[in-house]
Ligand binder design. Structure first.
Ligand SMILES: [Zn+2]
Ligand SMILES: [Zn+2]
Length: 142
């Protein structure tokens, strides 16, 4: 999985590594793994879908960070058949658009909101209050 770490992802992991709240390296390692899984679930991936030469469904491989990585993998394999690339959309982003994602870049940073930009009304050039009925957010915060 080839990927370029984003600044906010590095910050999230760093915050765990520098946190005094862990009593053991095991505890910290578990928290880091969970955080990284959360980060990876907020990205789109590419799958390589394979068909054998006789038309039967083949072997499918994922995730790849981008199409170039999937193509490089396919060209190293010599099991024949044909392959095509399929974009895998992030379930994390879909869930975040419904449930919100507090403290996550791209989502509202109002402490009680965390909803996607499109849930906020347009107030002149900026985004205004969150339109979700139970949300107290008065304007979109970046
Ligand atoms: Zn909201
Ligand atoms: Zn908001």
């Amino acid at each position: 999985m080839r990927l370029t770490p984003r600044k906010e992802e590095v910050e999230a992991v760093k915050a765990l590594l520098e946190s005094p709240d862990f009593n053991s390296a095991d505890q910290m390692a578990k928290a880091v793994i969970k955080e990284v899984a959360d980060i990876l679930q907020m990205r789109d991936w590419v799958a390589l879908v394979h068909t054998w030469a006789d038309g039967r469904r083949g072997l499918n491989f994922a995730p790849f960070g981008n199409e170039a990585e999937a193509r490089a993998f396919a060209s190293k394999m010599a099991f024949g058949g044909t392959g095509r690339l399929v974009r895998l959309s992030s379930p994390g982003v879909m869930l975040a658009n419904i449930d919100g994602k507090r403290g996550w870049k791209g989502y509202c940073l109002h402490p009680e909101c965390g909803h996607a930009p499109f849930t906020h009304s347009a107030a002149s050039a900026a985004r205004g209050p969150c339109q979700l009925p139970t949300c107290p957010c008065d304007r979109f915060r970046k």
